[in-house]
Design a binder for this molecule. Structure first.
Ligand code: PEP
Ligand code: MG
Length: 463
């Protein structure tokens, strides 16, 4: 009863992400009950056994723990009537690399079938497909496997287009313990270390010394490869209870990122000191500031950095900004001479340009980085960076969106920083592209009227 009451409360929340947690709550409840029953000597219902030959599981829904316990060797795919893309079942399936399609609707359960094709990439399922469909699917699986093998084999090559343009491919990594894995996936550095996790995963503010140890460990794990640390980006959806920040009606447009740091010296100074102390000991460190909108913010954070650097007698390090507020992209020509590099944060640039909350699943169809309005701002930023002779990188999720790779190559990014598991695929795509052809494609894309037209153009180029 207690579990059901809590689960019902969660399910009724007007936020899909939180409502989907009801399934997690019921899952925990079921497991606790089954453990209690065993203690009392009652036999617990055994989890459904899966046959030895690989099967596609079709279910109303699966609990996250059932999904996590699936044997990857014996389960070829997963299809559910309920759930959603942000449910933990979907997240776990993604982590397991298991083809999965969720939320197909209850009709699914009334359709008996003995064979199925599950295409997790496009979210499509074929029940009792024809022999012809099956052989086409097998052929596609073979091509995908071959491609993956080729990507893996080439992952340690430096990022370079077919016509020789160098584009460093870096990873977004937050912890020193994750660096080795990223290097093994072929990363050439870390293009974004989000330092919020130092604050979000504990209930006290980390001290200067604690931060210093972590930055130093990052540099040492990277062994001289470049590392861009982003100063704290608290605010928006990243709330830290122990900072006791006042409630805001509109947090994404409120005291977030650099705005908060410049108002809270007790957060800014220890972090900057910790960073410069680490810079005295290891090579490759750069620092960037999030949510920058105005020239005054740039000048103020640079002044703080210089003051701290001089007081510690530390070396100068590149200081850059995230370009994620449309104002910064529009004034990129004016800002470029004031900073050492730009890094475009497409996650926020998309939400602020299109006025679409990045976490609101009800309007997620509107949230699209391929919208020409977003592409134009990105191109303006890249052009301004090139003109001023500074590096321009991208560290938002769009960097790992393979369909967008030709546009990113066309923009002339110096670095693309992405989540580790996408590294081999993105690097491989870059190696098959021609920078000049990508530039021509980009010119057409930014002249398009909508994202659909951009997607159509992207089909012209194979990579
Ligand atoms: C971005 O906005 O694209 C970005 C990389 O920062 P975050 O996702 O942490 O806001
Ligand atoms: Mg951002």
């Amino acid at each position: 009863h207690a579990v059901e009451t809590l689960a019902d409360e969660l399910a009724s929340i007007d936020n899909q992400l939180l409502a989907a947690r009801a399934a997690d709550m019921r899952d925990v409840g079921r497991r606790v009950l089954s453990a209690l029953r065993e203690e009392e000597g009652e036999e617990s219902p055994s989890p459904a056994g899966t046959p030895d030959s690989p099967v596609v599981i079709v279910a109303e829904d699966l609990s996250p723990s059932d999904t996590a316990g699936l044997d990857r060797e014996r389960v070829a795919g997963l299809v559910t009537a309920l759930g959603g893309p942000t449910s933990h079942t979907a997240i776990i399936a993604r982590t397991l690399g298991l083809p999965a399609v969720v939320a197909l609707g209850r009709d699914l359960l009334d359709k008996p079938a003995s064979t199925a094709i599950v295409d997790g990439d496009t979210g499509r399922v074929w029940l009792d497909p024809t022999e012809e469909d099956l052989s086409a699917a097998r052929e596609r699986m073979r091509t995908l496997r071959e491609r993956e093998e080729a990507e893996r084999a080439a992952r340690m090559e430096p990022g370079k287009t077919a016509d020789g343009r160098i584009i460093a491919v870096a990873a977004n990594v937050n912890r020193p313990s994750q660096v080795a894995e990223a290097i093994d996936m072929g990363c050439e550095g870390v293009g974004l270390m989000r330092t919020e996790f130092l604050f979000l995963e504990r209930d006290t503010t980390p001290t200067e010394d604690e931060q210093y140890e972590i930055y130093r460990a990052m540099l040492s794990a990277l062994g001289g490869r470049p590392l861009i640390v982003r100063a704290l980006d608290i605010g928006g959806d990243k709330r830290v209870p122990h900072l006791n920040l006042p409630h805001e009606e509109n947090p994404f447009l409120g005291v977030r990122g650099v705005r908060l740091l410049l108002r809270r010296p007790e957060l800014l100074y220890p972090q900057v000191r910790a960073l410069y102390r680490a810079a005295r000991e290891g090579n490759g460190l750069s620092v960037m500031f999030p949510m920058v909108g105005t020239l005054e913010e740039i000048r103020r954070f640079r002044a703080v950095c210089e003051e701290v650097r001089a007081s510690l007698d530390a070396p100068r390090i590149p200081l850059g900004i995230m370009v994620e507020v449309p104002a910064a992209a529009l004034l990129a020509e004016e800002y470029a001479p004031e900073v050492d590099f730009f890094s475009i944060g497409t996650n926020d640039l998309t939400q602020y340009t299109l006025a679409v909350d990045r976490g609101n699943t009800k309007i997620s169809v509107l949230y699209d980085g391929l919208h020409p309005a977003v592409l134009r701002l990105m191109k303006m930023t890249c052009d301004a960076g090139r003109k001023a002779g500074i590096d321009v990188g991208i560290c938002g999720e769009m960097g790992g969106q393979l369909e967008a790779t030709p546009l990113l190559v066309g923009m002339g990014f110096n670095e693309i920083s992405i989540s580790g598991k996408m590294l081999p695929a993105v690097k491989y795509s870059i190696s098959r592209l021609n920078a000049k052809a990508c530039r021509e494609l980009l010119d057409k894309a930014i002249a398009a009227n909508d994202a659909d037209a951009v997607r159509k153009l992207l089909q012209e180029i194979k990579h």
